[in-house]
Design a protein around this ligand. Structure first.
Ligand SMILES: [Zn+2]
Length: 276
């Protein structure tokens, strides 16, 4: 990007009074051009669209199980993080692909197919911790902001201001991680994946789930190989990198886990016995 463009963007953002930077809970500075409220709004719209296209599971056992694990994870996220109203919703989609996602605005979706891979509460907690991690780390905002910067200053102005610009719809949903029109999820960068893994492993440990299960989960995901849906594939960090990072994060996660257990955290979530 030319220097003139950067200057122009700077002027534009100054003019709009947009806070262009924030710090993640991991202490990393990031570019966030889009207002949190606007992100929530987009997340809610994308979720509504996914709900319309997908089918919700009516299985009470499956729903109770996912609620149980989701509630345990949501109890430990930092106060004030997440949607403005503090309310999260987790829904189960009747879909055989092993997927799960979380969106700004406090929405979580779990495909029934995910439960075939994440077969224990701890493994499901690792998945949900990871997905909620993406939201709390503002990865969607950052990805969208980077696309905007790479594009042009003028677009930055219109999108940051929240203008409805139909031709940038792909960029917006891509940044959010949801191709709402297709009902598919798009991949995050390797950096974002590693960060979400680490935060997710801490969340699960703080909730009282054994953090070694995060490693088991990603080993199982790796075994799926090419059968894995798009967002779990090659744009994710290599399986070895991912697992090595989780191993390195483990001593801290184990300390959090032991503290949580000592404080009486012992989530009892019963996985559905037979799941097809
Ligand atoms: Zn991810």
């Amino acid at each position: 990007m030319g220097r003139w463009r950067f200057r122009l963007l700077g002027l534009l953002l100054l003019g709009l009074g947009v806070a262009a930077c924030s710090t993640t809970m991991t202490g990393r500075r990031q570019l966030t051009l889009i207002d949190d409220a606007k992100m929530d709004e987009m997340g809610l719209a994308a979720f509504a669209s996914l709900k319309q296209q997908g089918e919700l599971s009516q299985d009470v056992m499956v729903n109770d199980y996912v609620q149980c694990v989701a509630t345990a994870i949501l109890e430990v996220i930092p106060p004030g993080a997440g949607p403005k109203n503090g309310k999260w919703e987790a829904l189960v989609f009747d879909d055989p692909t092993p997927n799960a996602f979380a969106l700004p605005g406090g929405k979580i979706g779990v495909h029934t197919g995910m439960l075939d891979v994440a077969t224990t509460p701890g493994q499901l907690a690792a998945v949900l911790g990871h997905e909620v991690g993406h939201v709390l780390l503002r990865h969607g905002n950052e990805r969208m902001s980077q696309s905007i910067l790479a594009d042009s200053a003028v677009q930055a102005g219109s999108i940051a201001a929240g203008a409805a610009v139909p031709e940038y719809q792909d960029l917006i949903v891509g940044g959010l991680g949801v191709g709402a029109q297709y009902g598919v999820l798009l991949p995050f960068s390797r950096k974002h994946e590693v960060e979400a893994d680490q935060v997710g492993q801490i969340f699960m440990a703080e909730a009282g789930f054994y953090p070694v299960e995060a490693i088991t989960l990603w080993q199982k995901m790796a075994e799926l190989g090419n059968e894995a849906p798009e967002q779990w594939q090659s744009t994710h960090p290599s399986d070895q990198t991912r697992i090595a990072r989780l191993q390195r994060n483990l001593p801290r996660a184990m300390r959090d886990y032991e503290t949580a257990r000592a404080a009486g955290k012992d989530p009892v979530c019963v996985p559905p016995v037979v799941y097809e």
